[in-house]
Design a protein around this ligand. Structure first.
Ligand code: UDP
Length: 324
């Protein structure tokens, strides 16, 4: 098969590209940043529909994976226009170019943020949608646009609602590096590696056993497997749908720090700070639908293993600058 991976130079997209190439598929990455060496690269902005028309005129893709989006919740509150422009308007231009070219299959990176503050745990796909920030709303808007594009043009999509993507390539070639970094596990490991003074815990007064927020961490390699199963589902004639992707186990911020101390054997200094705006106390997935419909079986379910892979990546990352 021949696939376009939009955002294939990023954290989750790069793991997807590796997975697809290992499975024998032909892959082109559309990104403004260069993908891994040797990967075919179309350097373009998906907001540029004309550039996409040219690409789709040259390459006949069986499906598109769309990973490219801005992901910082706090920034989405202070700069909503940036999020609606990139995550919604640019996606719309991608969808229109797909319609122009007759490409009928899309796997879209959505988020647990579409649910907002959960009404019950674990969260299944039927849970009410109520995003509490522009980031989550941008994902939910695209999901709704996809419903209309299915009805109007027969464009079939699977929306994958990630919980907390974490970990790194088990073979150590790829990992997480955002600029600036805002995610808990890389920040903890940068503190363990001495690249930061400390990690800050945002709130110890939540209604959870130790007072810190609980999240469901899912290994990035297991996310890649789920995407591959999702595209198989679509190519086999599956209807438009959405799946939660998580392990179904919640870990508190304090538990993640404790596990990282055990895995790294390093001191990790912790500072306490007030709650971060927009953080629900507890997010845990019911991923039963992906397990039954896609036969998805996450492989790296222990948080120790997820942190160990991330730590391996952190240690070999060729970057000595002290951060924060
Ligand atoms: N968190 C924290 N300190 C940090 C970064 C994150 O305490 O420096 C907490 C955050 O409040 C949330 C959890 O860790 O409860 C996971 O946050 P992250 O930004 O990694 O992912 P999110 O859940 O926002 O997608």
């Amino acid at each position: 098969m021949k696939f376009l991976v939009v955002g294939g130079a990023g954290y989750i997209g790069s793991h997807m590209v590796k997975h697809l190439i290992a499975a024998g598929h032909e892959v082109v990455v559309a990104d403004l940043v260069a993908p891994a060496p040797g990967v075919q690269w179309a350097k373009l902005d998906i907001a540029d529909e004309a550039a996409l028309d040219v690409l789709f005129g040259v390459c006949r893709f069986d499906a598109v994976f769309h990973f490219a989006s801005f992901i910082q919740v706090g920034e989405s509150v202070s700069a909503p226009g940036k999020y609606y422009q990139n995550n919604v308007a640019a996606t719309l231009s991608l969808l229109q170019a797909m319609v122009n070219a007759g490409i009928k299959h899309l796997v879209f990176s959505s988020s647990a943020a579409v649910y907002g503050n959960p009404l019950y745990i674990p969260i299944d796909e039927a849970h009410a949608k109520g995003p509490i920030n522009p980031y989550g709303l941008s994902k939910w808007m695209v999901e709704q646009i996809l419903e209309d594009f299915d009805r109007a043009y027969g464009l079939k999509s699977v929306c994958l609602r990630y919980f907390n993507a974490a970990g790194a390539d088990p073979e150590g070639q790829l990992g997480e590096r955002h600029e600036p970094e805002t995610h808990l596990i890389p920040l903890i490991l940068q503190a363990a590696a001495g690249r930061r003074e400390a990690v800050t815990v945002f709130g110890r007064d939540y209604d959870t056993p130790d007072g810190t927020c609980i999240r469901d961490y899912i290994h990035v390699a297991d996310l890649a497997t789920a995407h591959a199963l999702a595209v198989d589902y679509l190519l086999a004639g599956g209807e438009r749908t959405a799946f939660n992707l998580g392990n179904g186990h919640g870990f508190s911020v304090q538990q993640v720090i404790d596990i990282a101390r055990a895995v790294t054997g390093r001191q990790i200094h912790v500072l306490d700070a007030p709650r971060r705006a927009g953080d629900p106390p507890r997010l845990v997935a019911d991923a039963g639908k992906a397990l039954s419909v896609l036969s998805w079986r996450p492989e790296f379910v222990s948080l120790e293993q997820i942190v160990r892979h991330a730590w391996h990546w952190e240690l070999q990352y060729p970057w000595t600058t002290r951060q924060g």
